[in-house]
Write a protein that binds this ligand. Structure first.
Ligand code: NAD
Length: 248
């Protein structure tokens, strides 16, 4: 059993889906958890459920993160969103917003945490990337580019943090059963010109050998391992949880 007693974990996007599952797993392991999310009501609900604290923050406002100092021992960069469109139709403002939330904010939050982690000679940075951090799909130019960037940021953090007891890793899931995926079904149906009820089978599971969505708790279990003392030699890695997608 992983024991995170005495550790402070900050989980961005902790009010829903994968972040919520990770926040719950860490709290169950004894960590003090801060649920960072722009959705105030949902953040308060999750924080109350797990005995944690809500931090209402819009990570799109990256200027507000520049002077930040955080006493987190474990940082989970998880907040994210999806917008699907062909490149020629992709709204540049949406493209940039996704990069701010999914790449620039993780950089600024890591930057805000490292002095505390280095002072304690212990830290865990866990970046929720995606199978799209190592593979591309059409119509996801911003998402794929941001996740590939996050992979690079994670590796640099691993190299700089290694001498200070700080590890940095990515988790790379295929499709997980969360609101982000449920909200994507209509867009995928429109852009691929298929029926919404066919999207999971024909688009989301085509490449996977295991033909099902991932449950958020399965990602939570991997994030718990990566936060443990036993994972101290695991760094700069990208952990695929993709039902075999990238085995092709
Ligand atoms: P979700 O929509 O269920 O949860 C995302 C959370 O992030 C929400 O609570 C939302 O309020 C928060 N958030 C979004 N923008 C924010 C902002 N600007 N500031 C603060 N909080 C913000 O999504 P999810 O499926 O749990 O996704 C979480 C992460 O996992 C994302 O980075 C996503 O790219 C990644 N991921 C998801 C899947 C999947 O299939 N669901 C697969 C691979 C990777």
């Amino acid at each position: 059993m992983t024991d995170l007693t005495g550790k402070h974990a900050v989980v961005t996007g902790g009010a829903s889906g994968i972040g919520r599952a990770i926040a719950a797993a860490y709290a169950a392991a004894g960590a003090r958890v801060t649920v960072a999310d722009r959705d105030e009501a949902a953040a308060n609900t999750v924080a109350a459920e797990i005995g944690g604290t809500a931090w209402v923050a819009d990570l799109d406002d990256t200027a507000s993160l520049e002077g930040l100092s955080l006493d987190a021992d474990i940082l989970v960069n998880n907040a994210g969103m999806q917008v699907i469109n062909p490149i020629q139709d992709f709204d540049p403002a949406a493209w940039r917003r996704m990069h701010r939330v999914m790449l620039e904010a993780p950089f600024l939050l890591i930057r805000a945490c490292l002095p505390h982690m280095y002072a304690n000679n212990w830290g865990r940075v866990i970046n929720i990337s995606s199978v799209h951090g190592v593979r591309a799909s059409p119509f996801k130019s911003s998402y794929v580019a941001a996740k590939h960037g996050l992979e690079g940021l994670s590796k640099v953090t691993a190299l700089e943090g290694g001498p200070h007891g700080v590890t940095s890793n990515c988790i790379n899931p295929s499709y997980v059963r969360t609101p982000l995926v449920e909200n994507q079904i209509a867009d995928q149906a429109r852009i691929h010109n298929i029926a919404p009820e066919d999207v999971v089978e024909k688009i989301m599971l085509t490449e996977c050998a295991v033909k099902r969505l991932i449950e958020p708790d399965e990602v939570g279990a991997l994030a718990l391992f990566l936060a443990s003392d036993e994972a101290g030699m695991v760094t700069g890695a990208s952990y695929l949880m993709d039902g075999g997608w990238t085995s092709r």
